[in-house]
Design a protein. Sequence first.
Length: 453
Amino acid sequence: MLLSLLAPLLLTAAHASPALDSLSLQAPAGAPPPPAVSAPGLREWTVMVYMNGKSNIEPYALSDMNRFETVGSDGKVAIVAEIGRSRGLENDTTADGDWTGVRRYYVTKDTDPAHIASPMLADLGNVDMGDWRQAAAFLKWARAEYPAKKYLFVIWDHGWGWIDPKSFGGGHGAGRQRSISHDFTTGHYISTLDLGKIFEEGGKVDMYVSMACFMQMAEVADQLRDAARVIVGSEEVIQLPSLNWEGFLGGLEADPAMGPERAGALMADAFHEMYSRPQYQQLLADGKYGTQLSAIRADRVRGLADRARDWYTLAMKDDDREAMAKAKAEVLRFEVGDEKTDPDKRISFYGDLYDLTELFGRYADRTRPGAAEALAAGRALEKYISDELVIRTVWVGKDRTGKEYSRTHGISVDIPGKPGDLIDYYPTYSRLRFARDSGWETFMNYLEGIPDR
């Protein structure tokens, strides 16, 4: 999530692509027991939101809790949240009693946008929300207390893609981001390498959502491929006010029998609708941001790694450095830096995978001996992304360099750019599943040797 802006940043022109599954804690005195499962059987969905507001975006955590309450739980859909907040950090708010620590709520319908009226089920104290074990404990607890046919798990907080920065500072606003769920009071975060452990411990879910920036990357998705059936996230910064919770939760309750693929498409479509509203467009244009959200099939991520390897192996063999230099220079990159640290967005190392292969194909010298094979592998990769991997991708607006976000296709990857020092991070890439499955680091090294245009 964008760190430096705490006013709604809203998006411009829009378009959407076509598209088509315990730990019990002591409740506080007087808290109501968890609602019983309604007859004749299980509820359809349990929605679990792990809401780390122990940071400089605390006001938006409280706001989103109140947005959940505009819909609330019903007999078919249970909504539960574990929300944390702190005191004394940047953008601290005294709203809603200025309590601190971490609480669990069963979300009920309410019309007061300034106060959480849902029953609190547990006060956990100041537990560490930057620990994957805490997220796993919440998941396990929610599944035990609110059994359902299908489960949706959300991590709500800052996100930083695959990397684990070493310290505060760097690009992307104030730069205080780690992989995901950074607890500012402890300095801990959930690393990409630890994401899958949440679901190994707490159980696989039907749909996983990153309400956090940059998380819809091949490198992240591969860590989650056994955790969920559908993965929802953004290649880019997710602007505040986050996702369209009202549209998504309302749609889910209107048709609770929908499966995870339809639910993923619904979340993307609701996002697109919210950021297309007329009252948001000028603010987004002024902010010079585009944005994107996609839902992908987790069981297709391994195939993505295979096809990416097929393409880059043949592209390296073809060694059309002129075409690759142009593709590297023009690929749609995401806002890892800012206007001061990366004025032309050429240092940023997160970019759209499909856009890279398409640009290489556009500039390729078709007379070269290996061109036909490399181009065919590129088309196969593009087709796999659009037809097999991605359920729905939506995009809105253009970035500060004028690139239209219609060029996003639902999955990003590490694409080395121009030399630069946007942020210092741990050298963990080779330990990622995607690195092992695809060998992508070999291609990253090749790209670093391509002269910058």
